[in-house]
Design a binder for this molecule. Structure first.
Ligand code: BGC
Length: 372
């Protein structure tokens, strides 16, 4: 008889979030791997799912096991598995391809660009996630992580958002001579990150690592905890409480790239009006639908055209971004060991799930620890 395990699930029809018991999953195919989950990050998407605003259980199930920011340890590998073995640390990728033959990205292994919208996302849409003790998946969805990253590797998935963005920025900006060496202003490009939550802070670290003069723009006052964290990894903190969007270029010396990580559309478009010639604006936040808001669309359109600008939206991540995130986390840990650890503000037992998912627990990235 299968052993049972605990899992954190939402039941949308009953408007419930609870810990339930489920049978431990078993290998189904020779390339399957069984992973013992060590810890899972709690993010805004999980909270939205728990507020019944987003997310769908697998077909035929009343509940959805949530959680998509994973770190686990391989405990069993099928006979045809070649890429991982028991004892390896792994992060499980989130999205699975749709099965439509006409979906060129999915057929080419790029489900993060699925063109039909019929993809599945573990812990979010149509498949159970990782806030549980064991998961089974095909080895092609596992990303190996070095042991040296054990403390911080749960940040791989949220960091993939910035990595996918940076990969695209590099491709898009190859449209013009944009490398730092060709600039005459004496400094490299300035990047502004909107928001100082986990996605913003990890994005800011990735931008500093990539050579951008990086500014983090958020609500908290200058001189506070966020300011010193941001300073500790070589970026500059600018408070929106004292510098309005139109004051940003003066503080930053021009804005070449904006990495939006807060989901506030009004603020985003206000900042967009101050992007430089040839600049690029990357949206990663999912804005709450608050209805129409006034916006100077003429200025935005004139700038986009007359200043050769690009606005880009990005979601989810492919294997390239996961691998870049693993590599970058290694760099962050070496360069800024305290800062990267400070992004993780708490590890909590499964019993704390209600507070973390339904309350306002504070902190930056909180984790549910399922095993040691
Ligand atoms: C996840 C992505 C996912 C997106 C939309 C994010 O929180 O990190 O993997 O594609 O939500 O569902």
């Amino acid at each position: 008889m299968a052993r049972s395990m605990r899992a954190i699930a939402v039941l949308p029809a009953q408007h419930e979030v609870k810990v339930l018991t489920a049978p431990e999953p078993r290998l189904q195919s020779p390339t399957d791997v069984r992973v013992r989950i060590l810890e899972v990050g709690v993010c805004g998407t999980d909270k939205e799912i728990c507020a019944f605003e987003y997310g769908t259980p697998p077909s035929g199930s009343e509940h959805l096991v949530i959680g998509h920011e994973s770190l686990g340890e391989v405990v069993e590998a099928g006979p045809a598995v070649t890429k991982v073995r028991p004892g390896d640390l792994v992060v499980v990728m989130v999205r699975r391809p749709c099965d439509r033959p006409e979906c060129v990205p999915c057929r080419a292994g790029r489900a993060d660009f699925c063109s039909t919208g019929e993809f599945v996302e573990r812990g979010i849409n149509g498949a159970h996630g990782f806030m549980t003790e064991y998961v089974v998946d095909d080895e092609r969805w596992l990303v190996p992580v070095p042991r040296s990253l054990r403390d911080v590797a749960v940040l791989v998935e949220p960091l993939t958002i910035a990595e996918k963005a940076l990969l695209q920025v590099a491709q898009i900006q190859a449209r013009l001579p944009w490398s730092c060496e060709t600039r005459t202003r004496g400094w490299c490009h300035a990047a502004v990150v909107l928001g100082a939550g986990p996605v913003g802070l990890l994005g800011a670290m990735a931008l500093v690592r990539a050579g951008f003069r990086t500014f983090v723009y958020s609500r908290e006052a200058e001189g506070g905890a966020k300011d010193s964290l941001v300073r500790s990894f070589g970026a500059t903190y600018v408070s929106s409480a004292t510098t309005p969007p139109e004051g940003l270029p003066e503080r930053t010396g021009g804005v070449d790239l904006v990495y939006e990580a807060v989901g506030l559309s009004r603020l985003a478009f206000e900042v967009m009006a101050h992007v430089e010639r040839n600049g690029i604006f990357v949206f990663t936040g999912v804005a709450a639908l608050k209805g129409p808001q006034p916006l100077d669309t003429d200025t935005l359109m004139r700038n986009l055209v007359l200043k050769n600008q690009v606005a880009l939206g990005t979601v989810n991540a492919g294997r390239d971004a996961f691998e870049a995130a693993v590599a970058d986390l290694g760099v962050f840990l070496e360069r800024w060991p305290d800062a990267i650890r400070e992004v993780i503000t708490g590890r909590f037992p499964i019993e704390a799930h209600r507070d973390l998912l339904l309350g306002k627990p504070g902190g930056i990235k909180n984790l549910i620890a399922l095993a040691n």
